[in-house]
Design a protein around this ligand. Structure first.
Ligand code: PLP
Length: 486
């Protein structure tokens, strides 16, 4: 054998000692990294373009030493980011990065079995199907009933929303579907409007339904919009309810929208990407009443179950709706499971080849048990109340959204400033909190006003960090308010 080929083969297939050395090298850095999360700056420390340019490099012709590469990743690239796995990340919608899932992903990638097609790995597919059945049951579907509920794992909530719209379009509209109209509140995540366009609808077919002072969909307005579209000869077919909006965690009247959707023959989708897993708690179950009425529900295990980014889910009341929207035959594929008992993900989703996401979900659920997640999510609801109570003690504070789940939104509102000046003041307030680097918050606009928000979701955020957050809000408020009175 040619020396170059022998060398290439040896590099492509490390022996047992080399595999162990590689994993050990990565693992010692991972353990140090995870241990240091609470002490790392909560946000970025230099301009993003500078950070990106500092690591830019060409792909080499010859391989480089693994240790050097891991050093580059851990020392130069990782520190230049939001500390999104750390306890102080209270911005946007936090994720987490459960270590059990990381172990599962290593296993899944190393075994590299084919889970796109049921026949290729029926037992591995079954583990994923079990996790999906558990989520179906959580939203209130009867997995033993008719129709048979089911679902798929996706890369995240955006793709789950896209699959929901495509599935609804196939179920409710003819092939010529351009007169179909979709309804979402003005608080619905932008991935729904994006998905509608990707699914072939003109952007103008997505109606933005106004919300009340708690950011919940105005059902009367929805009713009026649907009636108006019908009168104009258009075809209302899809409505989405928020089970925890991104901006404020607002929960729509899920039961009320469900009843209206049924009367009108609309496909009812619930976006529970952020809020869905609070269904595991008693308080969440109460606040999210009505999910069982939905034809489809988006859930994001990489949010509410603390998984690493890359696992979302869509569950549907009737699994056959997914199949009708996605199944396309090909001569070279093995036959589908004959028994309705089993699921073949290639016939239910846009993907054929796919990562084995199921293990990253199934393994932590099995290893930790549902009660672990329930307890942790209950803690997040408690912490949101601590934030809510603490924030009200700040000077000149206006709470714009009390927590319906685990988001609180607010702004400073000293007297004598117009809307424009208030927005600028609150942008400075946000910057002053984040400059302290113990927590990282994000801002948004709520019914036109710039607001700060605190969103608590990761398994690493506990009371101690929330107290730091309140201290930094106090310090930052004094700083920016002091500057305007000078
Ligand atoms: C309510 C809601 N829906 C959908 C999404 C999109 O999810 P992903 O980022 O997983 O694509 C998000 C993301 O934050 C969200 O908060």
């Amino acid at each position: 054998m040619e020396p170059a080929l022998r060398r290439a083969q040896a590099r492509l297939e490390p022996d047992a000692a080399e595999m162990r050395r590689m994993v050990d090298a990565a693992m010692s850095r991972i353990i140090d990294h995870i241990g240091s999360l609470p002490h790392q700056p909560a946000g970025p420390t230099r301009p993003p373009a500078e950070a990106a340019r500092a690591v830019r490099g060409a792909i080499p012709e010859e391989g480089r030493d693994l240790e050097t590469l891991l050093d580059l990743v851990f020392d130069k690239a990782v520190p230049e980011s939001f500390n999104s796995a750390g306890p102080g990340y209270l911005a946007y919608i936090p994720g987490g990065g459960l270590f059990h899932s990381a172990v599962a992903d290593l296993v899944a990638d190393a075994i590299n079995r084919y889970t796109g097609v049921w026949q290729a790995a029926p037992a591995l597919v079954q583990l994923e199907a079990d996790a999906l059945d558990w989520m179906c049951t959580m939203v209130g579907y009867d997995v033993g009933g008719t129709p048979r509920p089911g679902g798929i794992l996706t890369s995240g909530g955006s793709i789950a929303n896209l699959v929901a719209i495509v599935t609804a379009r196939r179920a409710r509209l003819p092939e010529d579907f351009l007169h179909g109209v979709l309804y979402a509140s003005d608080q619905t995540h932008h991935s729904v409007a994006k998905a509608a366009v990707l699914a072939g609808f003109p952007a103008r077919n997505v109606r933005s339904v106004p919300t009340d002072d708690r950011f919940r969909m105005d059902l009367e307005a929805l009713r009026g919009m649907v009636a108006e579209d019908r009168t104009a000869g258009r075809a209302p077919f899809f409505v989405v309810g928020n089970a925890g909006s991104t901006n404020t965690g607002a929960v729509d009247d899920l039961g009320g929208i469900g009843r209206f959707a049924r009367e009108e023959g609309l496909w009812y989708h619930i976006d529970a990407a952020y809020g869905g897993f609070f269904l595991l708690t008693e308080r969440g179950k109460e606040r999210l009443r009505g999910t069982e009425a939905a034809d489809s529900v988006t859930l994001d295990p990489h949010k509410g179950l603390f998984l690493p980014f890359g696992t979302g889910a869509l569950v549907v009341k009737d699994r056959d709706d997914l199949v009708r929207a996605h199944a396309v035959d090909a001569d070279y594929l093995p036959s589908q499971p004959a028994e309705g008992e089993f699921a073949d993900f290639s016939t239910m989703s846009p993907e054929l080849s796919r990562p084995y996401r199921g293990l990253g979900l199934w393994l932590p659920l099995q290893a930790l048990g549902v009660s672990t997640f329930r307890t942790a999510l209950d803690e997040k609801l408690d912490l949101a109340q601590v934030v809510f109570t603490g924030i009200q003690k700040l000077p000149h504070i206006e709470v714009l959204a009390a927590p319906q789940l685990s988001v609180t939104a607010f702004r400073l509102r000293p007297p004598g400033l117009d809307d424009e000046a208030l927005d600028r003041l609150n942008e400075r307030f946000l910057a002053a909190v984040n400059r302290r680097q113990r927590v990282y918050l994000s801002g948004t606009r709520l019914h036109g006003r710039f607001a700060l928000r605190v969103c608590i979701l990761t398994h690493r955020t506990h009371l101690e960090r929330v107290e730091m957050c309140l201290e930094d809000l106090q310090g930052a408020a004094e700083e920016v308010l002091g500057a305007i009175t000078v």
